[in-house]
Structures are given as structure tokens and as C-alpha cells.
Design a protein around this ligand. Sequence first.
Ligand code: AMP
Ligand code: MG
Length: 282
Amino acid sequence: MGKNGSGFDIAKLRVEPGSKVKLAKIDPASTPSWKADEGLADKEQAAAKLAELTQRLTALQSLLWAQSSERVLVVLQAMDAGGKDGTIRRVFEGVNPSGVRVASFKKPTEPELAHDYLWRIHQQVPANGELVIFNRSHYEDVLVVRVMDLVPEDRWRRRYRHIVEFERMLADEGITIVKLFLHISKEEQRRRLQERLTEPEKNWKFDEADLVPRARWNDYQKAFEEAIAETSTDRAPWYIVPANRKWYRNLAVSEILVKTLEGLKMSYPPAPPNIADLVIPE
Ligand code: AMP
Ligand code: MG
């Protein structure tokens, strides 16, 4: 095994606290920290590596569930057709559904709108032993809300601070937070939206409303840049994952999750006392 046997450096994708984010400088088709071994095709070697990571993730999640003291929150954000659903499907293949939950945040309902924007979010955070994936999140409240002018600027701007403090509270109370921005190009989005029109089994995913954010692409990129820069912290870091190539996206997300979970240094709970002397009756 060459460089990618264990050498994938997730720090290359992490947004250091306080640093500026310029999405135009990050090629969505790039594959940072990845290089296939001599003579092997990228996709082929990446598939083998992903299979290994999937096994490790499955083992780590078993441990998380068995130990039942750590809690893990994965926040997924992207433009439409950015690959949030595909990432969830592919990266979490094989985990125990009892301990893993996806919370999807859509346009707020009436009761949700009648509360502060973190109200619906807080209800979905992971409990002991759980790994929860946010498919969209409280970040919509500084993204779509900003671009579509749903609340005045002074109001959404204050939310960066709320979010940093909310996430710090969650981290202080024992939640490990990982935030992932899947970075696709406008051309790749066009290709994927087109597929939704032309491939019958993808028609259901097509939503004409997605053309509105597409028309505001640059405003969204700017909103993402600022939101990510303002809220990447040591305890709740953002990772920007170039996501035009699905094989790289899946691999990078798996690496980030495996390394984060390994960092928890979990172990199985101790066996009950006298286990060696116990006999299961006939
Ligand atoms: P989808 O992920 O395709 O099901 O779409 C969900 C839609 O809900 C997207 O258009 C989001 O922008 C929108 N959405 C999610 N959260 C909010 C929010 N807090 N305010 C307004 N729209 C939101
Ligand atoms: Mg959609």
C-alpha cells in the first residue's frame, strides 16, 4: 500500500479557526491528499480504500453505541445536488441503524417559525451513544435566510455568534461535532440537475425550486464562505470537501469520520464481574 495506506491528511480539508475562506480557490474537482499507487486507477484504489474505511467506521460506531457515553454530530451542508443524500447512503453503509439517525431540516413549519431558529435543531442533537447526521442544519439560517432576505441582515449576522456559542455548549456537554461542506462546481450542479430531468428514476428528485438558488450561485458561495469562516472552531471544525468526484467525496468524508471517532479513544464497557464463573443454564 502506498501513500494512501494510512496517509490521508484530513487537516488539508479542515478550515483553521480564524482563517479566510475563498471557495473559488478550491477546485471542486480536486482530490487533496489523495494519490493512487503506481499502476492503479484512482477509482479502483479508492473503492478498495473506501471498503476498508467502511469496516472501520462500522466497528467504531459499534463501540460508540456499546459505550453509550459519547455523542457525535455530523453536519452536512451543500448546494442542491451537492451530494448530501449520496454521501449519507454511501458512507454509512453497514452501520447499525439503531445508533445512527438522520435529521433533515426543510423549510421551517409554522410551529418552527414561531420559535427561535435553534429550537428545532436542539431537539435533534445526539443522545448518549448516538451518531446523528444533520442533512442541512441551523446553517440554513445564515445561508438561504441571508440570500433570500428572509430576515434583516443585523438579525442573521448575530447568528454567527449564537451558533458558535451553541456549538460550544454542545461540545462542553459531550458532543463531538464535525461539519462538512460538500463543494461542487456550478457546472457539476447543472450536470446533476440535468440527470434528474433525463433519468426516469431520478425524476422524483427534480425540484424546480432548486433553480432559484442556482440563479443566486455567487451569493450562496459568498454566504457559505462567510458562514464557514465565522464558525469553524477547534471544537466544531468545518471541513471543505471537494465533491465533484463522488469517489473522492465518499473517501474524504469517511476518512474524516474515522479519524474523528478514533480520536475519542473509546473502549468497550467492562465485562460484568465474575463473568468467567458464569454458566448459562441448559
Ligand atoms: P431539500 O433538502 O431538497 O429537501 O430542500 C429543503 C429546502 O428547505 C431547501 O430549499 C432549504 O433551503 C430549505 N430550508 C431549510 N432550512 C431552512 C430555513 N431555516 N429557512 C428557510 N428555508 C430552509
Ligand atoms: Mg432539493
